[in-house]
Design a protein around this ligand. Structure first.
Ligand code: 5AD
Ligand code: SF4
Length: 478
């Protein structure tokens, strides 16, 4: 009987990619996936430390497994990723039934760590952030050798894939735990990235998204006088046959250089969509966050993006209730959101993270109810802006890469004509009726309705994927 693996993933795209790689490596060891933790031989949690809430959820899930592990001591429980990196032995103290604590830099060692637990039941702690452990060449797996070990069958979508182009972060925003749990910024070699993109394209992938905490800070020095930045990398991989769309996440406002904006404008496969978190609209707050820019700089940057890339869609992140955020500071953030025209914003309540500068230096002085109210208020402003942005699409026809059934249609597998969902090049979510076989293809959809989150329409053209080139299809009834 095959061994069973259950992995639960919380957090960002980086974690989704890490889990994909972990599952890929364990499948090669004969594991098959289950979504039911109690059916699994190995239960893994790939964790996030960005906010307390994400950590609490993992500790309660671990608590629920305590009795299960007591009754089935041979089962292996592992905590992976950012929380493992941050809490290390503390996890074992709080949850003594955990067998493996494996940080973000050591995920490639998981098969070996699981084998060690199975051999003698010993606790395994692997939290070095030094990916180039020359002292142990047998376990030395930098992301150069680890990332390409992908398994197309475990990717969330066969047509879309994340490609890590850098790890870590050197910015040290005062609220953020990422630099401590993901280590210093390291850019990956362009030829390794290009090879992985080719491999993904060969496996049928049409859309790739480059990942990095500050993806637009990617750089490579060839040592012969040539220095590449993200714009050069985009150009380098642009013509990879099979790849239709290229996206990249997440951008740091200060590194949004003109050459990158021009590359987005001039390279047809690079999507005119930029995620550039502002975090706050108030200079004092930005300063305490150590974001290294002012709101005036941020607005100029937005204007540059819009000027250089016609039709670009921009999204943002905000933290509300950061230390010392007064009503006046918050009003400035509201003003930015009201006027910046973001396609959407992800809004978070400040969560103090032990080990960060903000936690050390400033009091978490905005009460929880105030954080909640500001969160709701800012969300309401952004939703109105998003709705206005979405309404502009009514009456227009957009190209959509079909991802599969919409959430609602997934719940009704017997529907004659299911609702499909996909995204435009500007990352707008579109829902429309169509057959399952359109998944992975690009269709043209006439937009008829809009909410703050979704565009709704009807397919007017199915231009590719069948090998027959563009052709008209009859209009399905809504
Ligand atoms: N509290 C709340 N939100 C945070 N983020 C990062 N650190 C914190 C924190 N301590 C948010 C930022 C970042 C997003 C990924 O998470 O907005 O862009
Ligand atoms: Fe965290 Fe700032 Fe780095 Fe983003 S840029 S990962 S918010 S430290």
């Amino acid at each position: 009987m095959s061994k069973k693996l259950c992995i639960e993933t919380v957090g960002c795209q980086m974690n989704v990619l890490d889990s994909e790689l972990v599952v890929g490596s364990l499948r090669r060891q004969g594991y098959s996936l289950t979504t039911e933790p109690t059916e699994a031989d190995v239960i893994l949690f790939n964790t996030c430390s960005v906010r307390q809430h994400a950590e609490d959820k993992v500790y309660s899930a671990l608590g629920r497994l305590r009795e299960h592990k007591r009754r089935h001591p041979h089962k292996v429980i592992g905590v992976l990723g950012c929380m493992a990196q941050k809490d290390q032995e503390l996890i074992r103290q709080r949850a003594p039934h955990v067998d493996i604590v494996c940080g973000t830099g050591q995920l490639a060692r998981l098969p070996e760590l699981i084998a060690a637990v199975k051999r003698d039941g010993s606790f395994q702690l692997a939290v070095s952030l030094d990916r180039h452990e020359a002292s142990r060449p047998e376990v030395e797996r930098s992301f150069e050798s680890y990332d390409p070990l992908r398994d197309p069958t475990v990717r969330p979508s066969p047509f879309q894939a994340y490609v890590r182009i850098m790890i870590g972060c050197d910015k040290f925003c005062t609220y953020c735990i990422v630099p401590s749990v993901r280590g210093p910024e390291q850019s990956r070699h362009p030829e390794h990235i290009a090879a992985e993109v080719r491999q993904l394209a060969d496996e049928g992938c049409k859309e790739i998204t480059f990942l990095g905490q500050t993806v637009n800070s990617w750089k490579h020095d060839f040592g012969d006088g040539r220095r590449w930045r993200l714009a050069d990398l985009l150009l380098h991989i642009h013509d990879t046959p099979g790849i239709e769309r290229i996206k990249f996440l997440t951008n740091f406002p200060r590194d949004m250089s003109d050459d990158l904006l021009d590359a987005v404008r001039d390279l047809p496969k690079v999507c005119p969509y930029l995620h550039v978190p502002a975090q706050s609209g108030c200079n004092e707050v930005l300063k305490r966050m150590k974001r290294l820019y002012t709101v005036e700089f941020y607005r100029d940057m937005l204007a540059r993006c819009r000027e250089r890339i016609p039709g670009v869609a921009i999204s943002s992140d905000f933290i509300v209730g950061f230390c010392g955020e007064s009503e006046a500071s918050f009003a400035r953030t509201c003003e930015l959101v009201r006027t910046a025209g973001f396609k959407n914003s992800y809004i978070f309540k400040y969560s103090p993270r032990p080990g960060t500068k903000a936690d050390e230096l400033f009091a978490d002085d905005v009460p929880e109810e105030v954080k909640k109210r500001r969160n709701n208020d800012l969300l309401a402003i952004q939703n109105a802006v998003s709705l206005a942005d979405h309404r502009r699409y009514i009456g227009r026809t957009v190209e959509v890469l079909v991802e599969g059934r919409s959430k609602t249609s997934l719940k009704h597998p017997d529907e004659d004509v299911p609702q499909l969902t996909g995204r435009t090049v500007t990352d707008h979510i579109v829902v429309f009726p169509g057959p399952d076989r359109w998944a992975g293809r690009t269709v043209r959809v006439a937009i008829e309705e809009a909410t703050a989150f979704t565009l709704f329409g009807t397919v007017v053209e199915e231009p590719n994927g069948s090998g027959a080139g563009p052709r008209r299809v009859s209009l399905p009834t809504v």
